[in-house]
Design a protein around this ligand. Structure first.
Ligand code: NAD
Ligand code: UDP
Length: 340
């Protein structure tokens, strides 16, 4: 069975392609390589002994998107990762984010409608909850005003998908990720941040390897047990596996309603200092860090209520914080060997 994975050479997409191929699915990747590298296709092939089909194209180009979907009309499901994702950049270039993320989605849904494709999985984010009033946060929690144009593209995308499902025969599942970190245990694929990383874990590993001087911890006066902010970090391989489960659920006709939404997290929150401690323990490295003021737009604490995903999908995150940090560190070490 053939699955289309947009953004399949990216961080989460590449791990999902691996899990799909390990389960026997044929995969077609669409990616414009705006934030990833063609060599990822070779790494996926090395891990799985199977080369996915790779179509380099920009989903903003409707004619090219239609032609590609027509060529692969036997696709039975679509997982849509392709998007721009840098929160800070989205504040500076909102139109780029709305244009890229929403036009890509609309073109893809139009193509699915035209060629009668049924099953759609979307990459959403816990950013839609903002700072929740209650923790852990469940899927029914009210959505808050987005803190950034990027976050708003996720909210708007979910509305577009819901309306499309209501109007047609398509089924969809939106997966709201908490904080994906870590890398494949082969250290052949992982996160490849362009330039200075915005996210905590790549910043930690790049600091430890000597690419950055020190980590700045944003805020030490949050109302948490050590004053630093709390997130629900999830191993990217656990996250990838949830996509395979979601696709299967739709293919087997097990969706309870045509548009389902699931939180993907571990259900455990960790502070920034706890993440650093776990990193130091598994790597044996001492991290150079300093405290600085809060980052604008950051929330204080969030972690997922995963009971709905656990019960309905029969999926549960299996890998812990230390496994996440060790795989992230091994990936950073592999990258530094690759480029020296
Ligand atoms: P990524 O940047 O590594 O992967 C996204 C891929 O999409 C890249 O390879 C990029 O080249 C491609 N792409 C972007 N615009 C495209 C277009 N117009 N046409 C074709 N390809 C295009 O990002 P990721 O971390 O793997 O994230 C995947 C998805 O998950 C995104 O939708 C992101 O918003 C969402 N998400 C990520 C996180 C996270 O922390 N990484 C958290 C929540 C949600
Ligand atoms: N963080 C930090 N220093 C950094 C990057 C992040 O202290 O250089 C903190 C950030 O304030 C947040 C947590 O680490 O509390 C996770 O940040 P990240 O950007 O990885 O994820 P997000 O803020 O999107 O949840």
């Amino acid at each position: 069975m053939k699955i289309l994975v947009t953004g399949g050479t990216g961080y989460i997409g590449s791990h999902t392609v691996v899990e799909l191929q390990n389960e026997g699915y044929e995969v077609v990747i669409i990616d414009n390589l705006s934030n990833s590298d063609r060599t990822v296709v070779d790494s996926i092939a090395e891990i799985t002994n199977h080369v996915p089909v790779f179509e380099e194209l920009d989903l903003v180009d409707r004619a090219a998107t239609f032609a590609c979907i027509e060529k692969h009309k036997d696709i039975v499901g679509v997982i849509h990762f392709a998007a721009l994702k840098a929160v800070g950049e989205s504040v500076e270039k909102p139109l780029l984010y709305y244009y890229n993320n929403l036009t890509s989605l609309i073109n893809l849904l139009l193509a699915m409608q035209k060629f009668d494709l049924q099953n759609f999985v979307f990459s959403s984010s816990c950013t839609v909850y903002g700072q929740p009033d209650q923790l852990p946060v469940g899927e029914q929690a009210p959505l808050k005003k987005a803190e950034s144009p990027y976050g708003n593209t996720k909210k708007i995308s979910e509305d577009i998908i819901r309306d499309s499902v209501d109007a047609g025969s398509m089924n969809a599942i939106s997966l709201r990720y908490f904080n994906p970190i870590g890398a494949h245990d082969t250290a052949l694929i992982g996160e490849l941040p362009l330039g200075v990383p915005n996210n905590l874990v790549p910043y930690i590993t790049q600091t430890a390897i000597g690419k950055r001087d020190h980590l700045k911890i944003f805020g030490k006066d949050y109302s948490t047990h050590d004053g630093t902010a709390i997130r629900d970090y999830i191993h990217v391989v656990d996250l990838a596996r949830a996509h395979v489960v979601a696709v299967k659920r739709m293919l087997q006709g097990n969706s309870k309603i045509p548009f389902e939404i699931f939180n993907l997290g571990t259900g455990n929150g960790f502070t920034v200092l706890e993440v650093i401690k776990a990193f130091e323990k598994v790597s044996g490295e001492k991290l150079n860090y300093q405290f600085t003021g809060r980052r604008k737009g950051d929330i204080e604490k969030v972690w997922a209520d995963t009971s709905f995903a656990n019960q309905e999908l029969g999926w549960k995150a299996a890998l812990g914080l230390e496994e996440m940090m060790l795989s992230a560190w091994n990936w950073e070490l592999a990258l530094s060997n690759r480029f020296t």
